[in-house]
Ligand binder design. Sequence first.
Ligand code: ELD
Length: 587
Amino acid sequence: MRSEVLQMIEESFFTIAKAAAIILAGIAVGQIIQHYFWRRHLWQKVRQRQKECQKAFRKLDDDLNSLNFDEEALQAICNLPTSELQEGLQSGKYSALEVLAAYQTKALQVNKRLNCVTEPILEAKANAKSLDEHAEKEGLLYGIPVSLKENYQLKGYDCTMGLVNYTGKLFKDDAVLVKVLRKQGAIPFVRTNIPQIMMTYECSNPIYGRTDNPYDATRTPGGSTGGEAALITAGGSIIGFGSDIGGSIRVPSHFCGCYGLKTTPERLSQKGISSLSKGQFIVSGSVGPMARDLDGLVLATKAILCDYMYALDRSIPPLSFRDEIFQSKRPLKIGYYVNDGYLQSVPACQRAVMMAKTALEAQGHTVISFDPPDVPRMWTELYLKTVAGDGGRKFYEAIQKDIPDRCVWNLLFITRVPRWLLWCMKTIIRLVTQDPVHTEGLMSSKGCRSVCEWWQQAEVVEAYKDKFMKKWDDLGLDGVICPVFACVAVPHGYVTEIIGAGTYSMLYNVLNYPAGSLPLTKVTSEDVQQLENYPNRRYFEKNIKKASEGSIGLPVNVQCVCLPFQEELVLRVMKEIETGLKSMGDH
Ligand SMILES: CCCCCCCC/C=C\CCCCCCCC(N)=O
């Protein structure tokens, strides 16, 4: 009797277990099938988008062929510095259509090599024609073609940020900045590539593919405004616009060797600039211009800092470009550093800062040593914990529902490891990286646990800003010069391995200070030889050293920083450095 009962229990157990296994297997198979069809749907959308872009490129190519412009004349237009191009357009020497055709032709050529343009803006031709038909040549950017990062909203276009799910969602209106550019006579003519979700210093996504560095195709142009930097540097655009929440304008400018300005977040309208960080107001994103020469950067900044922007966006302070600050001859006191107290910059970046120091001194300015306070803590407890305040959930979810791109997936993967597991692995990670700051960085990317902690986070960031500004004021500084990044352009897919190198830029996002990226020099064989003295203990140090081998000839920029709302002074410091170098016969 007892064995019959046991047998019955055993049989029922096996029946239930079998049923559970069948249900679970059914769910798993269902999920795999659903995933398969979802992915297939996403890839169909990618192909559809790629076809549309190819069609637009072909249309532009046909249009340009039918115009029958002289190729040499067009090339000559693209070789003009900004001031001469502006003058030529204003005087009527060049028509807007001719200049547009020159840059469209060049952008198409450059794009074949670097894959930096996502699509052409076909309305540009009608814009140029309409400018040519009007007698008045109004606007600081009259007739100048400008390129735009893919996240700048344009009427009739989508902003994917490299996410397939965002394709085909067309905007009904232009971003405020785009309207201002049009008002100033500029002609938006191409859109440029970005990394998926724009949260890394690379430039690749499943829709538009990977952009290469103009100096070395095996290396990244940087990100997230990587397409802009590559296009401008290679001559396919003269002025462009990007955005920056951790170096996205400054780092690609440095990796490619063009000019960039990250503005104070509140100074320019960000209405109509797509980003996944909207609503995170502790470390705010910024927008700003990029250019082939300094005159172009100044002109673009002047053009957008105008009354028309305030008319369109009342939340922006009514502060037009103050030429008196830019033109001032007052001697300046500038701080400098080559080591931010976390990761030492490579010899080439150090040499660039020292060149800038010498140039400023030659111009009669005082340059003193400056140590930014608590950079390792700024990076982990302030920057990472804020930018990934929700534990990276918004970024991760956007990618999880999409086709993940390796360049950002590798970086965000850490946000999926449970906090407790990360905590248990802390000692092992520390042993492997030989870097407690790196380990803290990983922990910080788990974000805040409650609204209360988020409020505290805002307070801690404010306290750091006060501490930094006090140090700055105690020294009576007007500005600071330092590296943009701890190293120069790295190979594709390598940014996660050296992400700590970004502290040089991220610091000024935490502080909300405006900062420019100024091309100064190229890596020399001596710079590479001196790498043998570069530290080689911690994970990031080893990788920075490795990535810097074979970097001869790559561009090196210097970062110029001033207090909030002092964009004009940043530009002045950049100008003083360039003038100083020219007077020394070094530029
Ligand atoms: C130490 C490992 C850090 C893991 C971080 C994972 C969380 C992701 C959040 C932030 C990524 C930091 C990279 C910022 C680059 C931003 C470039 C930009 N858009 O300006």
